[in-house]
Design a protein around this ligand. Structure first.
Ligand code: WT7
Length: 631
């Protein structure tokens, strides 16, 4: 079996063999990596517990595969390009030799601070090179990284630290975001007031800001780094040892810690990167995600580095200093492969095509999209103006839980259809089921998207609560992993993702549970009850629409609105701000007290004509009031 798919028939052959003999297929792919000890069994699994083990008894270290393995042949090749927020600041480049040294030094710093194999380390950093060093340094010494996006609030950081009992935090004084500078260490300080597990905080100096350093706890990275050398042997890890935890929202409760393990994640990250983007040696690859999300984990760091690629990381935002920034960076670094989110494309579309036309973009060969369904208009704009009609656009469907891209075209190989993710990657067995869990066969059908066979980078558990993992993903439909998405399978077998079918909303590619936002709103003392739904938003994909009952209708003012937004910012972070807040005197509930979100969703979408049956409601009149007050 070839590792690299080069033609349509390679794909057909690889897919066929991956279904007929999955274990043999993945063993061959896995043999392209370096293992300290070979596995004894490729796969053991059941989706009932669930219990999934890939490459059992195999031993490895993923950083040896990302770094050491390349030094002989690619030591002086650039591994990482860092482009700062401010275009006037110098960009940085790290060769594989240099990145290896930086990671080893950071790993030695962590060891000096007492970090040991198995310890959980919370990384709360902006997109600076030290974030990459930190992630890989944890992996090098077998510590489990839990990266928390630096836009989350102190509450969210504390919840995540406490849930996985992190003993260390890596952070920075502050961060740059366009024209703004935002405190980071201060957020950690506030979070740590309610975290007792943390022993040390390593602080990176990004802005030369004065920060409060607590004796015995806080240490500066630039001081610690002086005390270590660049010699740090990689820890031996079992294939199923934990590599990282990444928190993501579900339809109920607090965000859960999705757990990925070393061996399977490595194999799938490298394989999917190489094949979806068709990376060629000497190409420059840029994924605009933040490393705080899974896209950054798999497709800024692990996937590209596993394949010896040059990966660009960007500190800034698409609109600073102007909406031409992404295109300027592409020209500046001669980027060949560019991977971004539909929300970024739509917001740049809205700023006008002149910003794109000002740049040549001739280096581009492949474009990618991720995070939410890409609408046809955005797809065509991206294809025509950014790709000049000559670059394939791969629409990659996957999730935090899947670890890597599951359904996507392979650049330049597969047939493309706007707004269609396409066919599954080799080894991936998606299926559609009806509400009873019966598999829907044939094409031109629609249903709930599930996966019926394990793949190497799938979620293993949710940290500290295996039952939650079982209930969330494996209990809805027997013997299937349930994605939470609805999808269509077209006549040619291509998949079109429709969107979430659970109480999860996707705002600019960020995932929130409606319950999570309601909890945050309800922290406000004036609020009695709230219900949150998503509605179509031109740029964000989905916007957040909140229906709020106040203790006193006289409080229904813009000031209260601002205060509610403040509650959400404090509880979750600025990324979860409601777009619309409608004050209501009641919510449409069934006689058993269940909120009928279907009705709230229709009103938010403006589809008032098709509310369906409202006669079973406890108080049908509230619907009229809600419609009248619609924002
Ligand atoms: C949800 C997962 C893993 C990438 C970042 C998001 C939606 C993701 C697509 C796509 C349509 C997509 C799904 C999925 N989604 N990619 N190409 N087309 N929808 O990861 O935060 O775990 O969210 O994002 O609804 O379930 P995530």
């Amino acid at each position: 079996m070839k590792f690299r798919i080069e033609t349509q028939s390679d794909y057909t052959e690889a897919y066929k063999s991956s279904i007929e003999q999955p274990e043999q297929f993945w063993e061959e792919i896995a043999s392209h990596y370096s293992w300290r000890k070979k596995w004894t069994k490729a796969l053991e699994w059941n989706f009932t517990d669930p219990d999934i083990k890939w490459f059992r008894d195999g031993q490895l270290n993923i950083t040896e595969n990302c770094l050491d393995r390349h030094l002989a042949t690619r030591g002086s090749k650039t591994a990482l390009i860092w482009e700062p927020n401010d275009p006037k600041e110098k960009s940085l480049r790290f060769t594989y030799n240099e990145l290896h040294a930086q990671v080893c030094k950071m790993a030695n710093v962590l060891k000096n601070l007492g970090v040991k194999k198995g310890d959980r380390v919370c990384i709360y950093l902006p997109m600076i090179p030290e974030l990459s060093f930190a992630v890989l340094a944890c992996a090098r010494i077998g510590a489990v990284h839990s990266v928390v996006f630096a836009g989350f609030s102190a509450h969210s950081v504390a919840d995540r630290i406490n849930d996985s009992q992190c003993s260390f935090v890596i952070t920075s004084d502050g961060l740059n975001r366009g024209a703004k500078q935002i405190p980071v260490k201060a957020v950690v300080d506030e979070a740590l007031e309610s975290c007792s597990s943390v022993m040390k905080v390593l602080v990176v100096n990004r802005l030369n800001w004065p920060v409060q350093m607590h004796d015995g706890i806080d240490v500066w990275y630039h001081e610690e780094i002086e005390k270590v050398n660049a010699d740090c042997p990689a820890e031996t890890m079992d294939s199923e040892d934990m590599l990282f935890i990444l928190y993501t929202s579900g339809s109920t409760g607090k965000p859960k810690g999705v757990v990925h393990t070393c061996g399977g994640y490595m194999v799938y990250a490298g394989y999917s990167f190489a094949n979806v983007f068709q990376y060629n040696e000497n190409e420059i690859y840029w994924c605009t995600a933040d490393i705080g999300w899974v896209t950054g984990h798999t497709y800024i760091l692990y996937g590209p580095l596993l394949q010896g690629a040059t990966s660009l990381m960007f500190e800034g935002v698409p609109t600073f200093p102007d909406p031409g920034r992404l295109w300027q960076v592409i020209d500046k670094h001669a980027v060949n492969i560019f991977y971004t989110a539909p929300t970024a494309i739509r917001s740049l579309m809205a700023s006008g095509v002149d910003h794109v036309l000002a740049y040549s973009l001739h280096s581009l060969r492949v474009l990618g999209s991720v995070g939410e369904p890409i609408n046809e208009e955005a797809w065509h704009w991206y294809h025509t103006h950014v790709g000049k009609g000559k670059c394939p656009v791969v629409d990659t469907w996957w999730q935090t839980e899947t670890g890597g891209i599951m359904i996507s075209a392979l650049a330049g190989i597969s047939e493309l259809k706007p707004a269609h993710a396409g066919l599954p990657l080799p080894g991936i067995q998606p299926c559609l089921v009806d509400a009873e869990g019966n598999e829907i066969s044939g094409n031109d059908v629609e249903g709930y998207l599930c996966v019926k066979f394990p793949w190497p980078s799938m979620i293993r558990t949710t940290y500290g609560d295996h039952e939650r993992c079982r209930i969330n993903y494996f209990a809805t439909y027997k013997n299937m992993y349930f994605t939470g998405d609805g999808a269509r399978r077209e006549s040619n077998g291509m998949y079109r993702i429709i969107g979430r079918v659970d109480d999860v909303i996707n705002v600019s590619g960020h995932r929130f549970g409606t319950a999570e936002i309601e909890n945050a709103i309800n922290q406000n003392k004036k609020v009695v009850e709230s219900a949150v739904v998503g509605y179509p938003h031109d740029i964000k994909g989905q916007g957040i629409y909140a229906y709020v009952i106040l203790s006193d209708m006289n409080l229904a003012t813009n000031q209260t609105r601002d205060e509610i937004i403040e509650s959400v910012v404090a509880e979750i972070g600025r990324i979860a701000k409601p777009d619309k807040i409608q004050f209501v005197s009641g919510l449409p509930k069934t006689r058993s007290g269940k909120i009928m979100r279907r009705i709230l969703r229709k009103v938010a979408e403006g589809e008032i004509g098709s509310l369906g049956d409202t006669t079973t409601l406890l108080d049908p009149l509230v619907v009229d009031e809600i419609i009248k007050g619609r924002l």
